[in-house]
Design a binder for this molecule. Structure first.
Ligand code: CO
Length: 272
């Protein structure tokens, strides 16, 4: 309970003077213990902490531009969100989901993590997936990797970065699984590109095997899972030829797309 809100609410319960003093003492104790939380109340301000005013300035400019382009834009968004797509991509700052596919706020539901992984024990990813499919009724889920992915590269080179090494173990497993075909490629650059593609395909296939997607398909819900890869150097997306609307097509497309060779060259695959 926030004592300041309680005390300033004219329609709230009556507060006796003794209770008021008690609340004030508690507020003071709280402010002493958590100075940063109360910096706006003027009790204690850390002079070294800056509020990033340039970002707020950018934000005000962006909000004004959006509203001038489309009056009522934000009030319309508040009323509902009905995205048709769920994007599962890498956290990399160079891969901004909405911008890449030219979608506005409200049109793309997004989950991002290091190396765009879909793990059956990751409740964050599973919760996003379940909410997007069961509640928002998205029609397409795309797992989107990118060439030049630092996470995939670290896993390939077995570099030690700390806690994140545990997260990236799944990419190491992919590299191990496809060790022989990867070795046959011309150079390390080609191997890394191919590992980025294989990693996306493995995640897309795993997504199809999740209980959430299985149950959606079992009840006849229209849902297509895609595997794409993005190239940082030209800003273009490639379809990896994995486009599944059932577990059968998922297995077929995985077997074909994960075959030997770099395949991320086309613009759009055919859906099965
Ligand atoms: Co990445």
């Amino acid at each position: 309970m926030n004592p300041l809100v309680l005390g300033s609410n004219p329609s709230g319960p009556t507060i006796l003077a003794s209770q008021r003093r008690c609340i004030d003492r508690r507020s003071l104790r709280h402010a002493t213990r958590y100075p940063l939380l109360d910096c706006h109340a003027g009790l204690q301000v850390d002079k070294n902490v800056k509020g990033l005013p340039e970002l707020f300035s950018n934000n005000r400019r962006w909000a004004a531009t959006m509203e001038s382009r489309q009056p009522g834009f934000f009030s319309g968004l508040t009323a509902q969100q009905a995205p048709r797509y769920l994007w599962i991509g890498c956290s990399d700052s160079r891969v901004p989901a909405n911008e890449i596919v030219g979608l506005a706020p409200g049109e793309l539901f997004v989950h991002r993590n290091v190396a765009n992984l879909v793990l059956h024990t990751d409740f964050s990813c599973l919760s996003v997936l379940q909410y997007a499919i069961d509640v928002l009724k998205v029609e397409h889920v795309m797992v989107v990797g990118h060439y030049g992915c630092g996470g995939v590269q670290a896993a390939w080179e077995e570099r030690q970065l700390g806690l994140v090494d545990n997260w990236l173990q799944s990419v190491r497993d992919v590299a191990h699984l496809y060790r022989d075909p990867l070795r046959q490629l011309a150079d390390d650059s080609a191997r890394l590109d191919r590992l980025c593609e294989l990693n996306v395909l493995v995640q897309a296939r795993r997504l199809c095997r999740s209980t959430v997607v299985q149950q959606a398909w079992d009840r006849g819900q229209h849902l297509v899972v895609h595997a794409w890869v993005y190239r940082l150097t030209d800003g273009l997306l490639r379809d990896l030829g994995f486009c599944a609307a059932s577990l059968v097509t998922a297995e077929e497309h995985y077997a074909r797309a994960a075959g030997f060779g770099t395949i991320g060259t086309g613009d759009a695959g055919t859906c099965g």
